[in-house]
Design a protein around this ligand. Sequence first.
Ligand code: C6P
Length: 421
Amino acid sequence: MSALPALTIAPADKTELDLTSIRADFPILRQRIHGKSLVYLDNAASVQKPKAVIDAISECYSGYYANIHRGVHLLSERSTMAYEGAREKVRAFLNAASTQEIIFTRNTTESINLVASSFGGSAVKAGDEIIITGMEHHSNIVPWQLLCDRMGAVLKVAPFTDTGELILEEYERLLNSGRVKLAAFVHISNALGTINPVKMMVDLAHARGVPTLVDGAQSVPHLTVDVQNLDCDFYAFSGHKLYGPSGVGVLYGKQALLDAMPPYQGGGDMISVVTFEKTEYADLPNKFEAGTPNIAGVIGMGAALDWLNAIGLDAVAAHEQQLLDYATAQLLEIPGLIIMGTARDKAALVAFTLQGVHPHDIGTILDREGIAIRAGHHCAQPVMQRYGVPATARASLAVYNSRDEVDALVKALWKVKELFA
Ligand code: C6P
């Protein structure tokens, strides 16, 4: 009897990624929550950390930790090398021209505040304008409001369509006033998933001599960012959304602009000479890194970049897009479920409402099933106001998520639907 031909079974995830080994990198994914396997879909808030990052931080503290830039002893030298090595990794990750353009901060929020305070405080005068978009996170709204209040400047907001796409003509119209000092906009909206055409937005601003800041908090874990190609003047992001630790962020800035800007904070490590009469500041990037930084955190972020680079952002994006399409199609089957944010160019998150159920109730019921999502305004209240809702439920995907997890989400939402029927 001839042998039967071997059956070829298509894998559930049609992707180049080895999802099993990726998931094995994350100890927390083996946790059980309320007696159920953890399904972590709150990645836009913060992603989980691979063992490589946890180990890098642990090795720093247990093997060679000391303060940086100051000591003559071996531990300080080793810590300094690891810290500055992480800066080079960030430079390469963003394709920045120089490590002098990479400033370590606490997070995206601090990066934006740094620019608002230092660049804004010196370049913006009464009557000047700052442009943002209607889909910004509070971190890219409030620092500009504080600046405008301080300087007597005006905040202008470019609107977006019902599907969550920026109205480029309106953005362009705002740029034409001749009074704009900066355009600051989000790369990927955390509330809608919209991927903004940031290269075009930068070009439109530059055509009018307006510098740009891009809030990249949600983009760096999902797509390749090349700051020289984008030509943006500032780019801000957080380590904790990029598989790195919390408490570490990055501000990329063009060297000529950073050189011309006054320090953001004063203190140790940002000076070259201090007398009671006068202080001379250190060169970039130290000028903007006052005080002892999050040394192990920066080193951990460097390890996160190594880990992510080994997978490759193209493979990450392809996997997440497949999951997004799969999740979107299934969620739309649920009667009364409305997805907020349906831009053509969209990253892997789904924000939605379910008729007759408060998003917080959805979040709580899903939690009992071991599924972590976020419910609320996502620190983007103007987006909620735009749609006339107080909150949404949001499932946001990362490289380690699987189709099975999407299935678990959908199944649990059908359950919610039945409970409230
Ligand atoms: N969004 C979310 O659940 P920080 O807190 O500084 O690391 O990141 C602030 C921030 C800035 N811009 C965008 C687009 C963001 O999404 C965030 C953080 C989280 O959506 C926490 S509110």
